[in-house]
Design a protein around this ligand. Structure first.
Ligand SMILES: *Cc1c(COP(=O)(O)O)cnc(C)c1O
Length: 435
């Protein structure tokens, strides 16, 4: 039953109200004081308020020219010579070293290639094998479980289940808040998400990693929603292995290759479940038997996707000179301001935030629960505010600190308020239209 009398929800559309004018003044002030404001020029953007960089980052302006050159000159003219002369062969490690400072890794520990899903597989199986190596001597493994975050992005859970089957383990899914207490003497590996893709909650990476280590287990982190959104300290926090996405906050383009971090002191024991020829110590010896290369190269598989890899490499230039402390401060200020605008402008009770209000538990997105969310997001997109929708009733707004302005945050909240004022109240719109 609707709580709203049909026809009673007619929108009142006065001129800018006092609160709206105050928010506009505040947005202008925050934008004027933003030390990262000029980075927006490094991207191809228009009047659309683009709040979906947590799904597909915007196009960095230097990428089209660089890709045209790679195609025309490196592929078109140099052809196979480019594997050496244009540095194609070493691109996976080179681009990895370019990502390393964004995730707090010293050089030589990050390699780029394959999808996040494939890298989760490599990291998990290799981590279980490292745990086995430590237990050497026993018949069957005592550490017979892989702990995963219950609310994980689906691909992580599916792959963990397969990795567990292959390695004779059992997957145990537990709520993120209990992970640190549930890790124990039977745990081989913990797989966790740094930021929840749905709610935008930031999890306690240092605390959970330390708990895993106290229990003698390894910690594998999925950084898809944190790399490029906030500072990550893999080395300092003692993370064992990690994976992350190239096309979200790193803006590498659709299907950009992902990255894999293997802590240097695990590299010698990293036994890849996909030991392709690119990870061989001497790939061009075309040897009959496999001898793994040393270092990050060991995480490679087959021939890298050079066009996507080099698009990502160029995209990473937008990070030159960016202070990650400033990035984090802007990200939090943006989500604080967006939540304040929503509280001020959106009719009471129409949306509820799933994103923690505490700054130290928030990533760089805001998720709002809203009946009829699919229709509401469709209407927002028609009006030039692009976020996305996650079943059953979640509106997601990603705030990419390098190119999102406070004016964007205000416009998104204003358009949301406008759309909700025009549509039936909570409950009435709970059945989203298909498609
Ligand atoms: C985006 C995302 C992925 C994506 O995996 P692909 O292999 O690139 O499709 C995986 N895990 C998480 C947590 C993600 O947010």
């Amino acid at each position: 039953m609707s709580e709203t009398t049909p026809g009673a929800a007619s929108p009142t559309t006065p001129g800018p109200t006092a609160p709206a004018a105050a928010l506009a003044a505040r947005a202008a002030e925050l934008d004027a004081a933003d030390p990262l404001a000029d980075r927006r020029k490094a991207f191809v953007l228009d009047d659309t308020v683009y709040l979906d960089g947590n799904s597909l980052g915007a196009l960095p302006a230097d990428v089209p020219g660089r890709l045209a050159e790679v195609v025309a000159r490196e592929w078109g003219e140099l052809r196979i010579r480019s594997w050496t002369e244009s540095g194609w062969w070493t691109a996976p490690e080179r681009v990895g070293d370019r990502i390393a400072p964004l995730v707090g890794a010293a050089p030589g520990q990050v390699v780029v290639g394959d999808s996040t899903s494939v890298n989760i597989f490599k990291a998990l199986v290799a981590a279980v094998r490292i745990a086995d190596g430590r237990e050497a001597g026993g018949e069957s493994p005592i550490r017979d479980e892989i702990l995963v975050d219950e609310a994980t992005f689906p691909t992580d859970g599916y792959i963990a289940a397969s990795a567990a089957r292959m390695t004779g383990r059992t997957v145990r899914a537990v709520p993120m808040g209990e992970l640190a207490h549930r890790v124990g003497p039977r745990t081989a590996v913990v797989l966790a998400n740094h930021v929840d893709y749905r709610t935008g909650e930031l999890h306690d990476l240092p605390g959970i990693t330390a708990a895993a280590h106290r229990a003698g287990a390894l910690a594998v982190w999925d950084l898809c929603h944190s790399a490029g959104a906030l500072p990550v300290r893999l080395d300092a926090d003692g993370v064992d292995l990690a994976v992350g996405c190239g096309y979200k906050y790193l803006n590498g383009g659709p299907g950009a290759p992902a990255f894999l971090y293997v802590r240097s002191d695990h590299q010698a024991a990293f036994d890849s479940p996909l030991p392709g020829w690119n990870s061989h110590a001497e790939p061009f010896a075309m040897a009959e038997t496999y001898t793994p290369a040393d270092g990050a190269v060991r995480g490679r598989v087959g021939t890298p996707d050079i066009l996507s890899m080099l698009a990502l490499e160029t995209a990473l230039e937008v990070w030159d000179g960016v202070d990650l402390g400033q990035l984090r401060e802007k990200s939090l200020a943006l989500t604080d301001f967006f939540l304040a605008c929503v509280a001020e402008l959106v009719p009471a009770g129409r949306v509820a935030s799933l994103t923690p209000a505490e700054r130290d538990r928030r990533g760089s997105q805001v998720a709002l629960r809203c009946p009829g969310a699919e229709q509401v997001m469709g209407e927002l997109i028609r009006r030039g505010v692009v976020g996305d929708f996650r079943r059953p009733d979640v509106l997601r707004f990603g705030f990419t600190p390098l190119y999102t302005s406070f004016g964007d945050a205000l416009r998104a909240a204003s358009v949301l308020a406008e759309v909700l004022a025009e549509t039936p109240g909570a409950g009435a719109g709970a059945t989203p239209a298909g498609g």
